[in-house]
Design a protein around this ligand. Sequence first.
Ligand code: HBI
Ligand code: FE
Length: 289
Amino acid sequence: MSADGFANGPPPGARPDWTIDQGWDSYSQAEHDVWITLYERQASLLPGRACDPFLRGLEALDLHRTGIPDFNRINEELQRLTGWSVVAVPGLVPDEVFFDHLANRRFPAGQFIRRADQLDYLQEPDVFHDVFGHVPMLTDPVFADYMQAYGKGGQRALGYGHLHNLARLYWYTVEFGLLQTPRGLRIYGAGIVSSLAESIFALDDPSPNRLGFDLERVMRTPYRIDDFQQVYFVIPSLQSLLDATTQTDFAPIYSRLETAADVPIAEVLSQDQVFTRGTQAYAAAGGRL
Ligand code: HBI
Ligand code: FE
């Protein structure tokens, strides 16, 4: 939804911070069945693909197979582990509202769930994308700190007029990030773990580039929202991601970004750490690299 789509404030029934009651009792069995179908597909696919903090979070929160979880139940455990809580929202909320929630350790999760005929793609984040995709990582103390630091950074970025650069950081980490482990690359991005096809594509397909994470490089790299990623960025550890966000003064980065050109999405720069060079990049270079 574009920014002016929020011009007239929260929708009817939503509070000023855009939260609504989840209304867990009002979900139909058909809606719970959609969750069960999606959960079972991903839970059987992700061992060996999702990173350990994600799998541990999935177990700790018991986002079990009996249907859409009750946020009140999840929050008892989540608050005990990292002080985060899940709050229900009708869908996408304005950036400044989103950042304020994150800065206060509240994750805004869509209350609705996709229909059974929309299993593999939907426009707005629903409760499966948000709660199955994003919430397990919030049980990890380091990632929980990163998400709060991101929220605070987002509030500052709004002031600098560099939200679009920070949105790229969110996209290439929180949504589509990969983690380096001794056993190979593992997924921590919510947009990947909540997608059957991309959970396979992100690790196995030869077409995308997989490059070492660099904060400024990521902030110069546009992204597409309607297809698999053409580039994934790999972090060496969750701690390194947190350090990049908390130990960096963004002001000089923002001023350099004023004049730096975006990096074409499929390009590999000479300074990039290359984990895998995608076939599409190979093709774009005319088959010689
Ligand atoms: N709102 N509910 C919700 N969920 C999001 O992931 C979200 C949002 N609003 C803005 C937004 N994400 C993006 O602009 C982030 O990059 C900030
Ligand atoms: Fe998301």
